[in-house]
Design a protein around this ligand. Structure first.
Ligand code: FBP
Length: 265
């Protein structure tokens, strides 16, 4: 097993994943703010930014577009995913195998686990298979650790997010992508529970530059090892500017003011 720090997925021990599976997870609504973001080529171009350590996409996008970008972009194959049209208990179909993802050029694999869902047992067993295959192929594993389901009304409580991060450590994920629990202190609790699994913050819906960067900064200061972000990048007219700022905060430990100045210059 190769430590994730020696893979293309990490830089100085941190990661910045550009997530672009929204067309499946949320549908066309996420592309309304910046219509050109519906074109995967636009987002692959954005992913060439040096701050981006990998781009997370589903199988069809990887097959169709990755061949033109394999020299410039690291591929994170998001193996499961479900549309927003599904109205049942949280669940996610496995859409491609580790082996096939590797063939397409994947540098890492990603998997959503809805802890607390009535489908948690089946999803965990799917994760077990994927995690072991990823080890065989020397691919780091990123878990979208999202407690969600019947009885879990508030998936943003610190204890719930800390439990999800712990679940990622216990089950063998290298990286746990969690919702931001709302404060640096809470993020510290979450990171502590994850042990050697790197906890990264999930971007969420679009916010102002300042609010977003402050949250990322608080997450990093609390022991977060990076960010997985979609809408806060591709729903901006100038995605490269926010990536310049994120590069400063995540990899250079810059202040929000310094990063904002980088974003505006
Ligand atoms: P965002 O930064 O846009 O939230 O993207 C991260 C991500 O995890 C995507 O990979 C995924 O499509 C989406 O968020 C899922 O968000 P949610 O489950 O909250 O709808």
């Amino acid at each position: 097993m190769r430590p994730i720090d020696n893979t293309p997925l990490a830089r100085n021990g941190k990661v910045l994943i550009l997530a672009y599976d929204h067309g499946l997870e949320h549908g066309p609504v996420d592309f309304e703010a910046v219509p050109e973001s519906a074109d995967p080529e636009h987002v692959f171009e954005v992913a060439k930014h040096p701050a981006v350590t990998s781009l997370a996409v589903q199988k069809g996008i990887a097959e169709a577009y990755y061949p033109s970008y394999e020299d410039d972009v690291n591929l994170l194959a998001k193996l499961n995913g479900t549309s927003n049209l599904w109205m049942g208990e949280p669940d996610s179909s496995v859409n491609w195998s580790v082996e096939y993802a590797k063939e397409v050029g994947a540098d890492a694999v990603g998997f959503t686990l809805y802890g607390g869902s009535n489908n948690e047992i089946e999803m965990t067993e799917e994760f077990r298979e994927i995690q072991e295959q990823a080890r065989e192929h020397d691919l780091p594993v990123v878990m979208w650790a999202y407690p969600r389901g019947q009885g879990l009304k508030n998936d943003k409580k610190t204890e719930t997010i800390a439990y999800a991060a712990r679940q990622a450590l216990e089950l063998g994920a290298d990286v746990a992508k969690v919702k931001y629990p709302g404060s640096s202190e809470a993020m510290g609790e979450v990171a502590k529970m994850a042990g050697k699994t790197k906890v990264i913050m999930s971007g969420g819906s679009k916010r102002s530059d300042e609010q977003f960067l402050q949250e990322v900064k608080a997450a990093i200061d609390a022991g977060g090892k990076g960010l997985a972000v979609g809408r806060n990048v591709f729903q901006r007219e100038h995605p490269e500017r926010i990536l310049d700022a994120l590069e400063q905060i995540i990899f250079e430990e810059a202040s929000v003011d310094t990063a904002l100045a980088a974003a505006e210059s």
